[in-house]
Design a protein around this ligand. Structure first.
Ligand SMILES: [Zn+2]
Length: 149
C-alpha cells in the first residue's frame, strides 16, 4: 500500500509545479493536492492550507533533502508542517512526548472504515490507520515510524 505524505505546502500552484519538476528530475514520484480548487479561487488558498505537494512515504527524507538543496526549504526555519516523524524501535514507550517528556498527550486514532470492517470480521483492530500524537505542553504533533535496519 502506498502512503502519500505532504512534503511541503505552497500558496500557489505554479510554485508547487516547479518543486514537482525538481523532485521528478531526481526520480521521485509526486502528487499535487487541492490544486483545482485553488485555481478556481485563489483567495481560498490559505484557508485550505495551500497546494500540497506529496511524495510517497519512502521518498520523504530524500524529498526534503532535494527541496533543501533547491532552496525551497531553508534549513534554519524549516518546520515539518504540523506532524513530525519520530523514529523508534519496537520497544518505545508512547505514553509521553518524545520532545519534552510530558505525559500530557493525546492519541488521535484516525480510524477508517476498513479497520472497522476488519474488527467485525475477525475481532481484531488492525492498525491500518496511523496514530497521530499531540502534546499539550509543547504543542508538537508527531507520528511514530519504525526505524530502518
Ligand atoms: Zn511535548
Amino acid at each position: 500500500m502506498i502512503n502519500w505524505e505532504t512534503l511541503i505546502t505552497f500558496t500557489y500552484p505554479h510554485e508547487a509545479h516547479m518543486a514537482k519538476l525538481l523532485l521528478e528530475s531526481e526520480g521521485i514520484q509526486t502528487m499535487i493536492q487541492d490544486e483545482k480548487t485553488i485555481q478556481v479561487k485563489n483567495f481560498l488558498s490559505n484557508a485550505l492550507g495551500g497546494v500540497k505537494l506529496s511524495v510517497q512515504n519512502e521518498d520523504y527524507e530524500q524529498g526534503i533533502a532535494i527541496l533543501k538543496k533547491g532552496g525551497y526549504i531553508r534549513e534554519e526555519n524549516y518546520k515539518p508542517e504540523e506532524v513530525r516523524i519520530v523514529y523508534v524501535d519496537k520497544s518505545h514507550d508512547d505514553t509521553f512526548c518524545p520532545f519534552c517528556k510530558s505525559d500530557n498527550i493525546a492519541k488521535n486514532k484516525g480510524i477508517n472504515l476498513l479497520t472497522v470492517i476488519f474488527y467485525f470480521l475477525i475481532g481484531v483492530m488492525i492498525p491500518i490507520f496511523k496514530i497521530k500524537y499531540k502534546c499539550y505542553d509543547c504543542e508538537k504533533e508527531w507520528k511514530y515510524r519504525k526505524a530502518k535496519g
